[in-house]
Design a protein around this ligand. Structure first.
Ligand code: PSU
Ligand code: MN
Length: 308
């Protein structure tokens, strides 16, 4: 039973009726993560890649306070182009619904809604995580994305390219372990670094095909022992990654700008992403788009394998 009122888009409603595989997609990357006007084009491309791989895309978002699973093109356009679209983590969903606003759901918000809708697979770019420590002497930031704690209690497979290197990757992996979130590399035992293929951190497990991923998901459900997510970390091929030297320079610049301009809270992630895209003259954007499209394709293949 749905925990709250959800409206389904026509394509998703039909897929649910017919028992066809569905892949959830988030809208924060569209509204806040990717620059305009590319964001709308990419949002449509992500959905098309899911269809091309045999599943039905369900982009999640809020329109006028209503939670939608499977935004239609007009709704997607609204979230991609309107000003003042709220960024909705789980804790924001009720407040935003009561206020009747438009909002884009994060990994946390999307996975909570998708799981409530009975969707088993979700594709995104990179998870939120633990942010880097505050400058010496300024105390702790306590900035850890609600993505982590939400994934601990949300049974869904999340295909991502790891966490953005703007975060503290090692600390994020430690938190995922503590929280009991299953993490496997896709055809690798190295945790990917989003823009870069390899974050430098090892993983205990790898899954080597959509069928293996589907089997892991089935085992997790059958056991009922781990009620959290299964993170499937899908790295970019090395020849498609952002040049690591350029990456390190952009990151150092971006982090010092965050400090100088006193950017905090939920603005930090969009601010750093925008800096990367601007300062790399679109190179990081190209890579970011590749990441999302590849994850959407893999998620669709896993959803198809799960339905078989
Ligand atoms: N990864 C990206 N682009 C993004 C995000 C992640 O490549 O825009 C978004 C996701 O929606 C993620 C959110 O859930 O950033 C994390 O934000 P925060 O750190 O404020 O929790
Ligand atoms: Mn945060």
């Amino acid at each position: 039973m749905d925990q709250f009122e959800i409206r389904y888009g026509a394509e998703v409603a039909a897929a649910r009726r017919d028992g066809r595989p569905v892949v959830a997609l988030e809208s924060t990357i569209v509204a806040h993560g990717l620059p305009r006007p590319d964001n709308l084009r990419v949002a449509r491309e992500i959905e098309q890649v899911v269809r091309d791989n045999g599943a039905v895309p369900a982009t999640v978002g809020m329109i006028g306070g209503e939670l939608i699973v499977g935004l239609d093109d007009a709704q997607l356009t609204r979230l991609a182009t309107a000003d003042g679209v709220a960024k909705l983590s789980v804790r924001d969903l009720a407040l935003a619904a009561a206020a009747g606003v438009d909002g884009a759901t994060t990994v946390a918000g999307t996975s909570a809604v998708a799981a409530a809708a009975g969707i088993g697979v979700f594709a995104t770019g990179g998870l939120g995580g633990v942010h880097r420590p505050a400058p010496a002497g300024t105390g702790q930031t306590f900035d850890e994305s609600a993505d982590l704690v939400t994934l601990a209690g949300t049974p869904i497979a999340v295909v991502c390219a790891g966490v953005k290197s703007i975060l503290d990757v090692g600390a994020t992996l430690e938190r995922l372990e503590t929280l009991g979130v299953a993490v496997a590399g896709y055809r690798t035992k190295r945790f990917p670094g989003f823009y870069i293929t390899d974050s430098g951190f090892d993983l205990d497990w790898s899954l080597n095909s959509p069928a293996e991923a589907a089997a892991a998901l089935r085992a997790q459900r059958a056991q009922g022992l781990s009620r959290g997510a299964l993170v499937i970390a899908n790295p970019l091929p090395a020849d498609e990654q952002l040049d690591p030297a350029l990456h390190d320079r952009l990151l150092a610049e971006g982090l010092s700008m965050v400090e100088r301009e006193r950017i905090t809270g939920k603005q930090v992630t969009p601010f750093l992403l925008a800096h990367f895209h601007r300062a790399s003259h679109g190179r990081s954007l190209e890579v970011n788009i590749r990441i999302i499209l590849r994850n959407a394709a893999l998620a669709a293949q896993i959803a198809v394998a799960s339905a078989a």
